[in-house]
Design a protein around this ligand. Structure first.
Ligand SMILES: Cc1cc2nc3c(=O)[nH]c(=O)nc-3n(C[C@H](O)[C@H](O)[C@H](O)COP(=O)(O)OP(=O)(O)OC[C@H]3O[C@@H](n4cnc5c(N)ncnc54)[C@H](O)[C@@H]3O)c2cc1C
Length: 388
């Protein structure tokens, strides 16, 4: 299928360079080139889509991830909800452009409790959802077992969260790459962008605007100045706040009685996809490795089998580790930096798959001179200096 014609642009159309082809860079390129008719060049020196966006579990989980977390950006939950609402249409648009399905499912997730502490945590989450007027339902164990028979029999309570769906994140990045390869307005380059600084001005030949979207590595993007290679953080000091948070994961094969619902219990989750069941994840601040650690993986597998005993019997397909890009308030930086023409979309922490569609919209709106809502504007990278 040929790509749809982009909408006509009435005023000046910028040429945009995007540095980083994870889900954030790819989704923004999709929004700009395919939906808004803006020419885009996407640069990535590593295989595209293989960073955190490949490692993730693909849960779209505003309720479980953001409703009750304390000390985070005050509007993170609203942004997560807005993006969750964009996902059904985003996945349809992507399917039309790439001729492939990306495994979006609105099937509600279940939070599970097997002891008093987990029950207390579940009730705290339910109260946070009540306070935000977000739909949820506490289910007795018998009802939860009817919905998901693989859950262990000693379940005490379950909370159904209709806001929390999922997607196959690997299928999404593959589809985004396919859609962009078909677009006459998108150029994909497997190399680092030749950024230069001339008289203090950041330039990239042939481009008017630059988006830095290199996940946890965004601050380290290289810029050449007078023959020296410097880091982008010198042009955008806020990027210094983006840190790495390692995560170990595994997947097992589907088998008789394997789970079909996304299940959450504390830090353990089970995210069934069409062709595998993902089990995650550790959260390791300051760790940037893509090497799986057998002991951590075995512990995850054992803890997941406490939720769903059948998982202990199913063969492991793959083990891996990924690196989440985090910020002090666990929310992404989305917006223009203090260097005019240099934008950033990075630091999405545990919610980068969920937040990709709204991030792409905000960056495209800003680059095309549209005014932002107060909610969107509050994710400016400048906030890290206001908080200091
Ligand atoms: C174990 C784990 C589980 C997760 N589960 C979920 C989940 O269930 N739901 C959810 O919403 N989120 C989840 N996340 C978080 C999510 O994966 C991230 O927030 C998101 O993928 C970040 O996307 P990104 O595009 O910013 O970064 P990445 O996907 O890491 O992409 C960055 C890209 O930049 C490239 N790059 C690096 N340096 C340069 C350079 N100098 N120039 C150009 N390009 C460069 C890299 O090669 C890479 O392709 C999880 C993360 C992990 C690790």
């Amino acid at each position: 299928m040929s790509p749809p014609l982009p909408p006509p642009i009435s005023s000046f159309t910028p040429k945009v360079a995007i540095l980083g082809a994870g889900i954030v860079g790819l989704a923004t390129a999709f929004e700009l080139a395919i939906k808004r008719g803006v020419p885009v060049t996407l640069y990535d020196p590593a295989p595209m889509g293989r960073g955190a966006s490949w490692a993730a579990a693909g849960m779209l989980a505003p309720a479980f991830e953001a409703a009750a977390e304390e000390g985070v950006h005050p509007h993170l939950f609203e942004l997560c909800m807005e993006s969750a609402e964009l996902w059904p249409d985003f996945s349809i648009d992507l399917a039309h452009s790439a001729d492939t399905d990306s495994g979006y499912s609105g099937r509600p997730s279940l939070a599970l409790a097997f002891d008093m502490a987990e029950t207390a945590a579940m009730h705290q989450l339910a109260r946070a959802l009540d306070a935000r007027d977000v739909a949820h339902e506490e289910l007795p164990p018998a009802s939860a077992h009817l919905l998901e028979p693989s859950i262990a029999p000693d379940l005490i309570a379950a909370l159904q969260m209709p806001t929390d769906g999922q997607v196959d994140n690997r299928a999404v990045v593959r589809a985004l790459i396919m859609a962009l390869q078909r677009s006459p307005l998108a150029t994909l380059r497997s190399e680092a962008a030749p950024l230069r600084s001339e008289g203090g001005r950041l330039t990239l030949e042939g481009h008017d605007l630059i988006l830095a979207a290199a996940g946890w590595n965004t601050a380290a993007i290289k810029v050449e100045e007078n023959g020296q290679m410097l880091s982008l953080v010198n042009w955008a000091p806020a990027l210094d706040q983006i840190d790495c948070y390692g995560g170990q994961m595994l997947s097992v094969a589907h088998g008789y009685g394997s789970p079909e619902t996304t299940l959450r219990c504390g830090s353990i989750y089970i995210a069934p996809k069409a062709d595998r069941v993902i089990i995650g994840a550790t959260m390791e601040p300051g760790i940037a490795t893509d090497a799986p650690a057998p002991e951590a993986i075995a512990a995850l597998h054992a803890r997941a089998a406490r939720l769903c005993p059948v998982l202990a019997e199913l063969p492991v397909i793959e083990t891996w580790a990924g690196i989440r890009p985090g910020t002090p308030d666990h929310a992404p930086m989305i917006g223009e930096t203090n260097t005019p023409g240099l934008f950033v979309a990075a630091g999405h922490y545990r919610n980068g798959i969920l937040l990709a569609p709204i991030t792409a919209r905000i960056i495209a709106d800003m680059m095309l001179g549209k005014s932002l809502s107060a909610l969107h504007a509050s994710f400016t990278p400048a906030r890290v200096f206001e908080a200091a």
